[in-house]
Design a protein around this ligand. Structure first.
Ligand code: XMP
Length: 368
């Protein structure tokens, strides 16, 4: 791979001239790499970053990034904790697309308000974005593109672009090239090679329900479906489980403390997000401890609107994919799941662990 740093640095210097640069740092790979890049190329006095804390990040993820920035002496990142605002707007909402729209809208509202508060003079400041190549060419084929479009291509941003006030130094790069650039900038591997994580974060991984039905999203004939998944209690080899999931999303029960399940009312709240954060972190640690993290493309962990003996239930969804358009569920050793992961989760207070055995299509990667 050709080293990109010298060429990109030169371009940034030329485009920025005497101006200063402001950017929103979500904590994802692209914006983190861009923030570090701008600091290296322009110096910290010419850069200002703002992180809007939506309350939907994974456990310790923000801290890991902050610790790295602090270690590097990068201290020009302001934090705005807006999690209560996001949660207030999501109260009682169940429909996945409505949740996404709300999260997108609150994000823009908070971002605009913060930019006004900072009173960044347009004569002096430019806005930078971590837009990458796939974000600019796709228009809704992948969910990520559709949603990111809300942030990266809204009218205000397009106006800035027209006036030459928008800086997008990563816009010609694919994801892997951004990661390699991150390595060139000496950002730790565990930060730059993180699995993809959706913009609305854990907000789309707390599966919401009115307490009557549990539904998950899928695709059929190129359209999104929203139907009840099939839950399989029987222990079967992966190949047999896979056969049961050809028409509909199906999840295999790895372990449970009682086999009576109750669909419960569930929304995105601080409590449900904290529960998910806790078990999600345990599942990720399991991947790391068993050298599986790099073998897997992405692994959503979803809090189901189900309880057994009053305890929460989750589903893990490890997949392998090239571009997220299609995906195969990953066949982790079933003994490891049953004998290593499940006992730990049970001890920590989980009621049941399910494992998604569906490919994409017919299911999507996320459950919402
Ligand atoms: P699906 O669930 O549609 O996901 O198979 C494909 C890829 O897109 C990610 N994804 C999102 N990314 N905002 C994002 O930025 C979203 O709302 C969103 N929904 C799904 C998903 O994690 C996977 O990588």
């Amino acid at each position: 791979m050709i080293k990109k740093l010298p060429q990109i640095s030169e371009k940034i210097l030329k485009e920025v001239g005497n101006k200063k640069v402001f950017l929103l740092v979500s904590g994802g790979v692209d914006s983190t790499v861009l923030f570090v890049l701008l600091n290296r190329v322009l110096g910290s006095e010419k850069v200002l970053g703002l992180h809007i804390d939506t309350g939907m990040m994974r456990l310790n993820e923000s801290k890991q990034i902050m610790d790295f920035l602090q270690k590097e002496g990068i201290n020009n990142l302001q934090i705005c904790n807006a999690s209560e605002e996001f949660l207030a707007a999501l109260q009682g909402i169940i429909e996945p697309e409505q949740k996404r729209n709300i999260i997108g809208e609150v994000f823009l509202k908070v971002a605009n308000r913060e930019m006004q508060r900072l009173a960044l003079n347009a004569e002096e400041w430019m806005l930078a974005q971590g837009t990458i190549y796939p974000d600019t060419v796709e228009s809704g084929t992948a969910k990520s593109a559709l949603v990111k479009t809300h942030h990266n291509r809204v009218q205000g941003i397009l106006d800035l672009q027209e006036k030459g006030m928008l800086l997008e130094p990563l816009a010609s790069l694919y994801k892997d090239e951004v990661r390699i650039l991150g390595e060139e900038l000496c950002i730790p591997r565990e930060l730059v090679w993180r699995h993809p994580f959706p913009g609305p974060g854990l907000g789309v991984r707390v599966l919401c329900s009115d307490g009557k039905l549990m539904k998950s999203v899928g695709i059929k004939n190129n359209a999104r479906t929203y139907v009840q998944p099939l839950l399989i209690e029987e222990d079967l080899p992966w190949e047999d489980l896979e056969k049961r999931s050809v028409d509909n999303r199906a999840a295999w029960l790895v372990g449970c403390i009682a086999n009576k399940f109750e669909v419960v009312e569930q929304y995105c709240t601080k409590e449900t997000l904290d529960t998910l954060r806790f078990f999600d972190d345990m599942c990720l640690s399991f991947l790391n401890e068993n050298n599986l993290y790099n073998e897997i493309w992405q692994m959503p962990v979803v809090l189901l609107p189900l309880k057994t003996a009053g305890k929460p239930c989750i589903v893990m969804r490890p997949v392998n994919s090239v571009d997220a358009m299609t995906a195969n569920f990953t066949k982790i050793d079933q003994n490891l799941l049953k004998n290593k992961l499940w006992p730990k989760l049970k001890e920590a207070g989980l009621g049941a662990l399910f494992y998604d055995v569906t490919n994409k299509p017919p299911a999507t990667i996320e459950w919402e």
